[in-house]
Design a protein around this ligand. Sequence first.
Ligand code: ME8
Length: 518
Amino acid sequence: MPEKYYLTTPLYYVNAKPHIGHSYTNIAADALARFMRLSGKEVLFLTGTDEHGQKIDKAAQTAGLAPQEFVDKMSLTFKELWKKLNISHDDFIRTTEPRHMKAVGAVWKELEKRGRLYRAAYSGWYCTPDETFWTEGQVAREDGRERCPECKRPVERLEEENYFLKMSDKREWLIRAVREAKEMVILPETRRNEVLGFLENNELQDLCVSRPKNRLGWGIPCPLSDAHVTYVWFDALINYISAVGYGADAKKQKKWWPADAHIIGKDILRHHAVYWPILLNALGLELPRMIFAHGWWVEGGQKMSKSRGNVIDPLEISARFGVDAYRYFLLREASFGQDGTFSEEAFILRYNTDLANDLGNLLQRTLTMCEKYFGGEIPPGASSAFRGELRDRADGLLPKLEGLMRRLAFSDALAEIWALVNQANRFIESQAPWKLSKEGKAGELAQTIAALFEVLKIVAQALYPFMPSASENIGAQLGMKDPITRIPFENNLWGYFKNGGTAQKGLPLFPRIESEKK
Ligand code: ME8
């Protein structure tokens, strides 16, 4: 039985179209999912949309649509984008789906049964864009207004009766779990410290998990009270278990839960690393194995976000430069976990240097030389006879990638692949096949060209998680008969062309972008 790997992304709010930030998380999750599949794991990759709450209700009103009609339309824009960006999710969950709504109902009942809920009057401040309550002591005060301490937008005063999930008694337990990092690991280390700091320096408030229906009707009904609906965050977090059959399919749940990785942005760390583990513990469920909170794409030091309006449209960029180049840039430019700055200049520079020059030229030169010196036929026996540093690095690539991918170090993994690409380019210079040909050194020439084919095949396989189309394209141009995904990844070894092969040179992979500036 293959080992299972269950990974998730956040469920994105459907109040506006997806932007660079959403695509970043999904591209990263996709690279990890593809890598895990190549490594022989049975993968469940889950993404989806978060469709309830005041923010969505307001956006539907502005659009002049009924909430359900609005979320149906908006959810599609996410699905369509994932298709364009080659995201290979296995499931897409919407919080308005019956399977999810039923699971939320089952969670309410289970928590009630376990004595983890109580009903109480509440007064405090509410931040609608963040869908979060703040107490009198937490709220920020600026320009004579009460503001959200996190996003600094104005908050509203609310007084109402609600249901609360007991959290305060779980503080010590959670501090221990986070510190020990046995059952659940929070990465990167800075984020784990942030969670510990929050838990150690604050009292843990019980979480308000309902909303009065007369104030906010657009939510999942609360089975304990006709007058309440479910708080949108409580609703949304439950998706991670509703998608694997919570309350409906015990066998499926047993197979997939706990999740192996929740990939999120650092903006929603507290929801995932504090509220979610406490909720799971209250339900008697295991904690996720890993929570990875990545950094933000920023502009002028500010997070790119739909409410700030400073976002990049993934469709536009990928239509101009290609989906693979977009995926590559996002995962290579910023180290996963750190913030990154998106600029067109940086994009074009990386494209021209890494993709057009380093990788594109390596492929082009190799195929051209194979045509020129061997009529496109890779000489049989030549690659297995080859020994040297280039082969050592190529053989060592996979073990290195495994370590890096397990830590979601995408940029470092790509740097390792490029170290091999660049070594191969230097190898061409030092071998100087044109000289070997002139000097009649046919054996060495054959080994040189065949070695380059082996390297490119290993590069194509290693690139598959990041740039699936380019990877398949390289495989096809090398004349590989097996799809990249069919060759077991652990056989990512030298020797694929030991019996020769026929190259199928095609168009350049990444044509150089000439600067559009005058
Ligand atoms: O928070 N840089 O949804 P959301 C990098 N529905 N990533 C970014 C980003 C940026 N500038 N902006 C957004 C929600 N993201 C809730 C989640 S989960 C049960 C419920 C990414 O539409 C990043 O992954 O605001 C962030 O965590 C997520 O989008 C927030 O998406």
